[in-house]
Design a protein around this ligand. Structure first.
Ligand SMILES: Nc1ncnc2c1ncn2[C@@H]1O[C@H](COP(=O)(O)OP(=O)(O)OP(=O)(O)O)[C@@H](O)[C@H]1O
Ligand SMILES: [Mg+2]
Length: 250
């Protein structure tokens, strides 16, 4: 579904992503791990079109996507969450989810003003879908709560369903468990597995190794922008380079 070919991002003299080759398979949960500053978020920004690769290429569904801006990548079937939560804080939970559907809405301003049959049908379908998504993560009872008033863990869940609302093929999750307590993390693991069961392909950046090892099908490890390992969770856990750079003696 997604492939990077010698993808590199330079910020002045700093090589944040150094000639990285990755291959994300459809229907799988792929994790991208590594120490702080390893280049994980920069890789997300490159894949989602925020940054154009300085060198190398990114392919999405077989098409080269270098230089395609994020909103177009979203139209093409890629959606993401942010390491620093990025919700519309004063808008309700439901409205945040509805905003996520924007790329899939075909009626325009005139349809809205005239309340055409098309606009009413589409609005109804959107509300039903928002309902399903809120139910999926247990946020139905908070539909009218402003997003900024939700506890941290629920804000993360809302970001995930807002990203799912555009029916992406590939969902990028940047540290979805950050700030969550142990119970919330266990629930999040189950939620991500249910997302996979729904047919989404997931790329996950996460520091919680228990979560990563439990749910990932395949793992890439970055250190100082360079890929130092890739493999199945068991292979990564016993890889001496990964242990030295990131996992430590645990
Ligand atoms: N826009 C930017 N301009 C200059 N340097 C940047 C920029 N964005 C990231 N960097 C640098 O690139 C490197 C990789 O940063 P990145 O945020 O991708 O790391 P990360 O793996 O996501 O780390 P963390 O686990 O802390 O989130 C860091 O040295 C960072 O300071
Ligand atoms: Mg990051």
């Amino acid at each position: 579904m997604l492939r990077t070919e010698n993808a590199t991002i330079r910020f002045g003299g700093l090589v944040a992503v150094n000639s990285v080759n990755m291959h994300i398979k459809e229907g799988q949960i792929t994790a991208l791990i590594g120490p702080n500053g390893a280049g994980k978020t920069t890789t997300f920004n490159m894949i989602s079109g925020v940054y154009r690769p300085t060198e190398g290429k990114v392919f999405f569904n077989g098409q080269e996507v270098n230089g395609i801006p994020p909103f177009k990548m979203n139209h093409m079937g890629m959606s993401r969450t942010y390491q620093n939560i990025n919700l519309f804080k004063s808008m309700s939970v439901q409205d945040n989810v509805l905003v996520g559907m924007h790329p899939r809405i075909s009626h325009g301003l005139t349809d809205c003003i005239l309340r055409t049959k098309k606009s009413r049908a589409e609005e109804k379908a959107c509300l039903e879908k928002a309902e399903e998504l809120m139910e999926f993560v247990g946020l139905t009872h908070k539909r009218n709560t402003p997003a900024g008033s939700l506890p941290y863990g629920e804000q993360r869940l809302l970001e995930i369903i807002r990203a799912m609302a555009s029916d992406p093929k590939l969902l990028l999750l940047d540290e979805p468990a950050a700030g969550m307590n142990t119970t919330e993390k266990v629930e999040l693991s189950e939620t991500i597995l249910r997302i996979k069961d729904k047919g989404f392909t997931v790329l996950l950046v996460e520091h919680d190794m228990k979560l990563v090892m439990n749910i990932s099908d395949y793992i890439y490890v970055l250190n100082f922008g360079t890929k130092i390992a890739e493999g199945l969770p068991a292979e990564i856990q016993s890889n001496p380079d990964v242990i030295a750079a990131y996992l430590g003696g645990e």
